[in-house]
Design a protein around this ligand. Sequence first.
Ligand SMILES: [Fe+2]
Length: 301
Amino acid sequence: MLDFKISKLSDCFGIEISDIDLTNEFNNEDINILKRLFFDNHVIVFRDQKISEQQQLAFTKHFGELEVYPEADKTRDSQKTYHVANVNLDGKHLTDKDEQVIFQKVNQNWHTDSSYRFIPSYASLLYAIEVLPDDAGGGETEFVNMFEVYDSLDNELKIKLEPLHMVHYYEFGRRMFPNLPPVSDFEKENIPPVSHPLIRLHPDRHNSRSLFFTANAGNEIGGMSQEKGSILHKKLVAIVSNSNFKYKHRWKKGDLLMWDNRCLLHRAVSYDMNKYRRVLRRTTLAGTSAIKGPFLDPSII
Ligand SMILES: [Fe+2]
């Protein structure tokens, strides 16, 4: 039976767990306890971990299937871990002109991981290997609770959003940063643009609604002109940025943080990338079904 300490990360969501070693063996009962805590709190930070890539993969697999990255430009040695770093695998600090670093800038916009897939990811686990010193500005990861954001919208906007989709596509990063190399034919074929409902229903939570969009994978709304869609998209970005339902995580070395991509957005906070090294290792859990919108089942509107 697990024995650990839990404390709250913020008033809105998230917990911190200490006195646990994630390299230990866990039985089904232990994992069910962690799954329940994750479901209820959306973010769990495990402090003071010392965990290898293989151990992180093994821990991640307790919660579901791993997501595999077919994209060519994320990592050199593995399709199952993503190096969120301005340092290459040989330990060299890269400048902010390097494409690996530019991808980190794309993710300074609100997003959920892999929203550009037909089935976006369920959850991500990020392990802190090198972090910014305490006196450096930025480098945090910020999260926002999209159930709370949806609930805070006025009724007129809720009704307007109800039937709408956003178009998500992997290539959008190139629009923001045209110096990135073009998307390969392989990537174009394997990850074409997809549309997801702006209002997401959660079947495992009695079809409760959250707002679902991203700002790193598009700004177009299906059925609206590009101009009108991008105005609405900008408005949604501003609502999220100005909301009170956020938690900003200041990384400590050895943190392993897992978050629920189904009900949170997140973004990296900018920092001086040429001055400071930042190395995080991500594993990702695949989603299990396409995103459900309110219009799919008229009986539940
Ligand atoms: Fe991300």
